[in-house]
Design a protein around this ligand. Structure first.
Ligand SMILES: [Zn+2]
Length: 867
């Protein structure tokens, strides 16, 4: 017997992994038989690997990866190995002189019952569940745990009968009683898959069943597993699954390939959801939905997450990544696919606004800070740190640009070729670009630098009208800030969707998709009879910063007349950035909004609600490179919001009265009315309307769904209106009591308090002391930290930063993946104005002595390098 686990040595450096060092695996695994036997004080895992040396691979020993495994036995071709026949270290098991073909059997003991990192197999309450992407499988058994080793898995699970649910990937081929009152199930997955897509679940779960017949005629059993009390919250998810299956058949010609598709809801989960082959595992927050406990945005998120994980069956599972540097190959493409699906569930303009708003606040901010990296990085220490907005959202933007340029039909020809050529393979970004080029007949290989360069490009430009020749000349230039790790950026292909408007009538004069692929280019529009207003990057045709020589009046014109809903919103955002970042006069913005909103609200309430978005303080901060002073920005933004509220003070009562509470409907239109009502309510508070408190109180009591109830509660808690303080306390208590058994609603209760714009660090600390706070449930931790992070005024204080440092230290060993993500809220510390900047630096430096996980160490190191 050997013990692989060694004490974690904080001094040991975490090595850097480079893309250029990639080598194909020495041995492949043709098939795997696993036998997982769960006991209360440990789990035994027997594995039998049929292995074969790969032709053409480098000569090397047979190496299996394993971490925190207690090795009980290792055999090759049935012979138990002597200690001198293998070497065991903290990351791997090396077998000396193994034959080119052999069967390797190991037995290990693991401890899911004490696994708080939520990777590998872990116990969450009364549930045993796996999370293996990216490198969790090596915490279950010894295996060449890398995405380019694909095998057929057969899994036998055995457990006490108090756990009636025994699930793994594929088809159930046998089940029955075992000794000592235990039972077992054997699952076989006929498709080859990498180990990160392995999953198993053991517990006592209820199931919602349905079925779907694929376009190829396959009858698929659909099963959604959850705690019995939540079963009635699974219908939205089930419908979304069927809609996704249909959409992928229609849009990409992709049908599902197994006889069953299972989804399991788990409350303790680090990620949103995981696409394990045929057995998705979901964070409860991303699958359970009920109007009484779920807000509209969360309900919508459930649908798009179900779609995302389902779409991975083709983009991720059947065609997977060769190595983890290629993560954006599966994630970027799949996010683009789920965004396209979501467009069919609400207005495409609003979908685009939401996607771009999140891109700008998360990805642009990331790219402006020390975590900046390309969608396909070429080095990392801890791959868990690269599940980022850049990989996902910028990756999606690249897929979108290619789809935009190719057009629907050619893009489909390109993706058809990708699926035809690479089904069953582990591939690279280059393979995708080659397939898209060859399938469509249009070369898109020049998009590769988008994947390999860091930083958000800026497009600058100006327009010039010549009345004599009736031509409009548009000059555009692209640039990107140099990045230490990725120097010498090349010019990128940037699609610029453009329209020209008649300044007098608001009519469209010309529309064109331009391609800026040189450092500098000119585009000429002819037969333009009047000096136009130009609208660029319609639908955000490329993920760039635009610095165009608009006048504020041009932008105000676009807020009123642009027919592209996204660019209407974008023009308002640009005006706001000028007001908030450059001190421009707010009047053109206020006028344009005041003239647009009442008529737009009658037509499209959802778009109107978005049109009143004001960039978040964090996004604005990401545009400031030095001497950032959070209180100054906060005050400016508050003043602007207050001015907007007061400008329309007489309109709010009509607007509010126009949206009475009606029975709940799950539709885009109804969602828009609810969103708009909540915006109006919060504006009424800002405008100081005396009736606002009364409205909120009545809305809270009469609410038919969580969106209405939470909107009222938030308006009360967030606005220090006269006479509202006592009511806020009372309704917070009422909410807590009403939803005491609803974990996700209690998360909302925490988030309303942690996100309050005037929240103090002391109040945040009090929330952490609350009996309902729980460090072991990431959703609960994030319900405080991610909403608190929206308040730079409190975060950027010595106490605020110390709070983050203490929390990171506390979670470093328990859940390093979560700790590392929380710490990233401090990425832009170096832009702060002195003396705060030096004070924050001292806190971060001190933290270095207190953490040791590779996730946190790498993130902290990156943070401190940025000066
Ligand atoms: Zn994904």
């Amino acid at each position: 017997m050997n013990i692989a686990t060694q004490p974690d040595d904080a001094q040991q450096a975490h090595p850097i992994v480079y893309l250029k060092d990639y080598q194909q695996p020495t041995y492949l695994v043709e098939s795997v038989s696993l036998n997982i036997s769960i006991f209360s004080n440990g789990t035994l895992v027997n594995s039998s690997l049929v292995m074969k040396r790969q032709a053409g691979a480098s000569l090397g020993e047979l190496v299996l990866l394993g971490r925190d495994l207690e090795l009980l036995e290792v055999c090759v071709n049935g012979q138990e190995l002597r200690p001198d026949q293998y070497r065991l270290d903290r990351e791997s098991l090396t077998i000396f002189g193994a034959p080119d073909q052999c069967v390797v059997d190991t037995q290990v003991r693991i401890h899911p019952e004490s696994n708080t990192q939520l990777e590998g197999l872990y116990q969450a309450g009364e549930l045993f569940v796996t999370q293996n992407e990216p490198e969790g499988f090596r915490k279950i058994t010894f295996f060449p745990d890398r995405p380019d080793v694909l095998s057929v898995f057969t899994t036998r699970i055995e457990a006490d009968k108090k756990y009636p649910t025994l699930l793994a990937n594929g088809n159930l081929i046998e089940a029955g009683d075992a000794s000592d009152g235990r039972h077992y199930a054997i699952w076989q997955d006929p498709t080859k898959k990498p180990s990160y897509l392995f999953a198993c679940v053991v517990g006592d779960l209820a199931v919602l069943k349905d079925s779907y017949t694929t376009i190829e005629g396959r009858e698929v059993s659909l099963e959604l597993y959850t705690e019995a009390k939540d079963l009635d919250k699974c219908h939205v998810g089930m419908q979304a699954l069927k809609d996704s299956m249909h959409w992928d058949e229609q849009e990409y010609g992709r049908a599902y390939d197994l006889d069953n598709y299972m989804i399991v809801a788990v409350s303790q989960f680090n990620m949103g959801a995981m696409e394990n082959k045929g057995l998705n595992i979901f964070n409860t927050a991303c699958v359970l939905s009920d109007p009484q406990t779920t807000t509209d945005p969360s309900n919508f998120y459930v649908k798009s997450t179900i779609a995302h994980e389902y779409f991975h069956n083709w983009t991720g599972n059947r065609i997977t990544c060769r190595d983890w540097f290629q993560l954006c190959l599966k994630e970027g493409f799949t996010v683009f696919r789920d965004q396209s699906f979501s467009e069919t569930l609400q207005s495409p303009a609003v979908q685009r606004i939401d996607d771009v708003a999140s891109l700008k606040s998360a990805q642009f901010a990331e790219d402006a800070g020390p975590m900046s990296h390309p969608p396909r990085p070429d080095q990392f220490v801890e791959i868990n740190n690269f599940y980022t907005a850049t990989v996902y959202d910028k990756g999606a933007e690249i897929a979108r640009m290619i789809a935009t340029l190719l057009g629907k039909q050619k893009f489909r020809q390109g993706t058809d070729e990708y699926f035809r050529r690479h089904d069953g393979e582990a591939v690279t970004v280059e393979d995708l670009l080659n397939s898209l080029s060859d399938g469509s007949g249009v070369d898109v290989r020049h998009f590769l630098p988008w994947y390999t360069q860091a930083g958000t490009p800026t497009v600058t430009g100006q327009g010039e009208y010549d009345a004599a020749t009736q031509t409009y000349r548009l000059s555009l230039r692209q640039s990107v800030k140099p990045h230490a790790k990725y120097p010498n950026p090349k010019p990128l292909p940037i699609p610029v969707s453009t329209a020209l408007f008649d300044r007098a009538t608001g009519q469209v004069l010309a529309e064109q998709m331009l391609l800026l692929d040189q450092p500098e280019q000119q585009f000429v529009f002819e037969h333009i009879a009047v000096e136009p207003v130009v609208s660029l990057l319609r639908d955000f045709s490329a993920p760039v910063l635009l610095d165009f020589a608009y006048t504020d009046h041009d932008l105000a014109f676009l807020v009123q007349y642009e027919t592209n809903g996204f660019n209407q919103w974008q023009a308002a955002q640009e005006l706001l950035e000028r007001v908030l970042l450059k001190g421009h006069d707010a009047e053109p913005y206020l006028q344009a909004i005041a003239q647009t909103v009442p008529s737009l609200a009658a037509r499209d309430a959802l778009l109107t609600a978005r049109l009143l978005d004001v960039p978040s303080e964090n996004y604005l901060a990401s545009r400031i490179d030095q001497d950032y002073e959070p209180s100054e920005m906060h005050q400016r933004r508050e003043a602007l919001l207050n001015a907007l509220a007061k400008r329309l003070a007489e309109y709010w009562p009509t607007a509010y009265a126009d949206q009475p509470i009606v029975p709940y409907v799950d539709s885009s239109e109804a969602m828009g009315r609810r969103a708009w009502r909540n915006v109006v309510l919060s504006m009424a508070f800002r405008a100081g309307l005396p009736e606002a408190v009364q409205w909120a109180s009545e809305q809270y009591q009469a609410a038919v769904c969580m969106t209405e109830r939470l909107g009222a509660l938030r308006a009360l808690v967030w606005n220090d209106a006269a006479g509202a303080a006592e009511l806020s306390v009372q309704l917070l208590a009422d909410f807590e009591q009403c939803f005491s058994d609803e974990a996700l609603a209690i998360d909302l209760w925490f988030s309303v308090q942690s996100g309050k714009p005037t929240v103090t660090v002391a109040e945040i600390q009090a929330l952490l002391q609350h009996p309902r706070f729980d460090y072991t449930t990431p959703n609960r931790v994030r319900s405080v930290t991610s909403h608190f992070a929206q308040n730079p005024l409190a975060v950027w204080t010595v106490e605020g930063v110390q709070f983050y440092a203490d929390l990171t230290k506390h979670l470093d060993a328990k859940n390093p993946v979560l700790a590392s993500r929380i710490l990233q809220a401090l990425s832009r510390w170096y832009t702060l104005k002195a003396p705060l900047r030096e004070q924050v630096k001292a806190v971060l430096k001190a933290l270095q002595q207190d953490v040791s996980s590779s996730s946190v160490t790498e993130t902290l190191g990156n943070l401190l390098q940025a000066e």
